[in-house]
Write a protein that binds this ligand. Structure first.
Ligand SMILES: *Cc1c(COP(=O)(O)O)cnc(C)c1O
Length: 427
């Protein structure tokens, strides 16, 4: 059996048919924006490997920090033991985070960070004497991960709700904020989508622990960009009703939308924040759930004072070292200028796609470029074209999109946008 034959016969791939996973590229090396196949074919990773590798692959400062840590202590448990990589990273994260988001729970993946956030919210509410506040509210079009509770707050139509109907707890879904990023705001609650939130809070807020959403950019739910003022108003309404606000910035955190965090577009700070993906610059899995002094105290001072969660590999030192080095890169580089010029160039180079038949919309925010098609896009077409175009794209649903590493050069980015436009033409 060749390696690819073995892979096809024995290995599951994400969101794939185990018997027919489709064509597969055998990648043997990744450096900067480039993926290299075992036969030497090179492709630009326009996905930043699922939105993580913001500084490019195998960044010497990050691999160097990991190597140093590897020689000293790849892992120890975090129960009753602590270590410099966790502490240094904590200090650095608090420097990066706004408001009093300063109580950090390290997780091993984004979905786990969401589970922890949801647990924190319920535990805080129960500690406040609100034992009925165990439900969640969210907006349609969201994606928060693949574990059970995270899945329950993903979009009920395009997520996995259909398949697992009956096994998922019912949550409270609000319409997706109708006013897009960059459009004019109106205070009319029937037009700005806040009427539905108001109604929900007026009738049911005593059963709701928290509102959870991806601020400004909904990622895997359809790459939809909505108006930050919706968040600002929702924040005020939640506060008035004792409902916590959870921001899932696993996709948007660390500069992707042009601000360090997407919440900065709205100028607000949630009660609980989840980060992941780009935290380690795409070098190793790590995420975190961060909350405020108020929520942490509410839990810690209560009768059930212990947060019952603790991943085996919590605060893995290698992951902490990678995250620390990745955040250092962000501090040292003018990432905002990089993301700004990526946005300008994508705007310019993707705009012509608007005239291609079958294209529904073209939009750019920060280092996210999207060509939305009328019809579902078959990812295998992109997949087959990648070696010739030299650009690795993995469309999903109706979207041909890219989220390139911030270090991509203008020429490389032109190859990416050209591949996207060419793909839109053949779909
Ligand atoms: C990717 C993602 C998650 C899940 O993170 P994993 O590390 O894949 O578990 C959750 N929320 C958002 C917004 C994401 O983009």
């Amino acid at each position: 059996m060749t390696p690819l034959e073995f892979d096809a016969r024995h290995l599951w791939h994400p969101y794939s048919n185990v018997l027919n996973p489709g064509a597969m590229h055998l990648i043997s090396e990744a450096e900067g924006v480039w993926l290299t196949r075992d036969d030497g074919v090179r492709m630009i990773d326009a996905m930043s490997s699922w939105w993580c590798a913001v500084h490019g692959h195998r960044h010497p400062a990050i691999t160097g920090a990991m190597q140093t840590q590897l020689d000293r202590m790849p892992h120890v448990m975090f129960g009753g033991i602590t270590h410099a990589p966790a502490i240094d990273l904590g200090r650095k994260m608090i420097e990066f985070l706004p408001g009093d988001l300063n109580r950090i729970f390290y997780c091993d993946s984004g979905s786990v960070a969401i589970e922890v956030a949801l647990k924190m919210a319920v535990q805080y509410q129960v500690a406040q004497g609100h034992s009925d506040r165990v439900q969640f509210a969210t907006i349609r079009g969201g994606y928060h991960g693949d574990t059970w509770k995270a899945m329950s707050v993903c979009d009920p139509d395009n997520g996995m709700h259909g398949l697992f109907r009956g096994a998922l707890p019912i949550q409270n879904f609000l319409p997706r904020p109708p006013i897009r990023f960059g459009e004019g705001w109106t205070n009319d609650p029937t037009l700005n989508g806040l009427g539905a939130l108001e109604e929900l809070l007026d009738t049911k807020s005593r059963q709701i622990a928290a509102l959870i959403l991806e601020p400004v950019v909904q990622g895997a739910g359809g790459l939809f960009f909505y108006h930050p003022t919706w968040l600002k108003k929702a924040h005020e309404m939640c506060e008035a009703h004792g409902v916590l606000l959870i921001f899932d910035e696993i996709a948007t955190g660390f500069g992707r939308t042009g601000e360090l965090f997407a919440m900065h577009h709205a100028g607000i700070v949630p009660d609980i924040l989840c980060v992941g993906k780009a935290l380690t610059g795409g070098h190793i899995s790590m995420a975190a759930t961060v909350t405020t002094e108020t929520v942490a105290r509410g839990i810690g001072e209560s009768a059930a004072s212990v947060l019952m969660h603790g991943p085996t590999y919590m605060a893995n030192p290698l992951a902490c070292a990678a995250a620390m080095a990745s955040l250092d890169q962000l501090s040292q580089r003018d990432w905002q200028a990089d993301v700004g010029s990526i946005a300008d160039q994508m705007q310019h180079e993707l705009e012509p796609a608007r005239n291609i038949p079958g294209v529904a919309d073209v939009r750019v925010l920060g280092a996210i470029g999207v060509i939305e098609m009328d019809a579902w896009v078959d990812p295998s077409v992109a997949h087959t074209r990648a070696p010739q175009s030299g650009v690795w794209l993995r469309p999903f649903a109706h979207n041909i999109y890219c989220m390139p590493p911030y270090v991509i050069s203008p020429d490389e980015l032109s190859s990416v946008t050209a591949a996207m436009v060419a793909l839109a033409r053949v779909m």
